[in-house]
Design a protein around this ligand. Sequence first.
Ligand SMILES: CC(C)(COP(=O)(O)OP(=O)(O)OC[C@H]1O[C@@H](n2cnc3c(N)ncnc32)[C@H](O)[C@@H]1OP(=O)(O)O)[C@@H](O)C(=O)NCCC(=O)NCCS
Length: 248
Amino acid sequence: MLPVEQILRTCQTRSNEFLHQLQILETSDASVVSLIGRYETGRFHEDLFSVLGVHQPERLAKAVVKRRAEFLAGRSLAQAALTVLGKVPEPVSIGPNREPVWPKGIVGSITHSKGRCVVCLSDRIELLIGLDIENVAGGPALDSIFHVALSSDEADLIRQQSVMPQETLATLVFSAKETLFKALFPAVGRFFGFDYAELKSAPSDTTLKLGLTKSLTPELSKGHCFDIGFSVNGGAVLTRLVLPDPRR
Ligand SMILES: CC(C)(COP(=O)(O)OP(=O)(O)OC[C@H]1O[C@@H](n2cnc3c(N)ncnc32)[C@H](O)[C@@H]1OP(=O)(O)O)[C@@H](O)C(=O)NCCC(=O)NCCS
């Protein structure tokens, strides 16, 4: 197997620095590979799809450059993660609900935001994985998080705690809910909104607890809690959840 550094260097060089600062995130489980990196929308070029061996779906061809750039970044990193896992870097297509359709025997998640991209993949198909990155919100974006993604109880909890600045925690809860959505989607199979989970208490240094407010499936019933890992770095929050698939 090629060393991770070599895989990431090759990907970065081939991309003509469209991708840069690629790194592996440390995890306690070698079967779960998380890669993070930056992408430059200004360096996006159509030819990079073929250079990086990423299939461009038909529906993407008419999308704006920002969308094609983030898609290319996510798929390139996902294919690099497949190589790190010792797999053939097969294409990852788009499912009917926008979900990534992983090659057989793979589970994972993709996130991108404002030039940052992260993927987390595993060949342990008994797992569910969710991932989300967000810039810490301010101004109207923060108002919108409070309005759309948080309940009044969560807003009170966020305003009363002193663990971290309110805008950081509000963004974290929003991100954790998106991570939960992505992780559970394969088991639930349908859209569910932000009111399906709530923050249970002020977070610790690295973990935030969300509980289900309503049942999603017989195995994912009201009250079920999830410890979502997080980090706050350079004005962005990253949340991640890896859990056993309750259907297995
Ligand atoms: C789907 C959603 C979570 C994506 O999050 P986002 O912050 O807009 O964007 P991100 O960059 O973080 O993630 C986008 C990636 O999510 C993945 N994704 C999209 N739909 C998905 C789904 N149904 N299941 C799993 N992953 C999905 C895709 O890989 C996508 O990237 P790609 O299109 O390049 O492949 C968000 O748009 C959404 O619909 N949220 C409402 C549902 C929700 O969060 N409910 C809360 C439950 S408590």
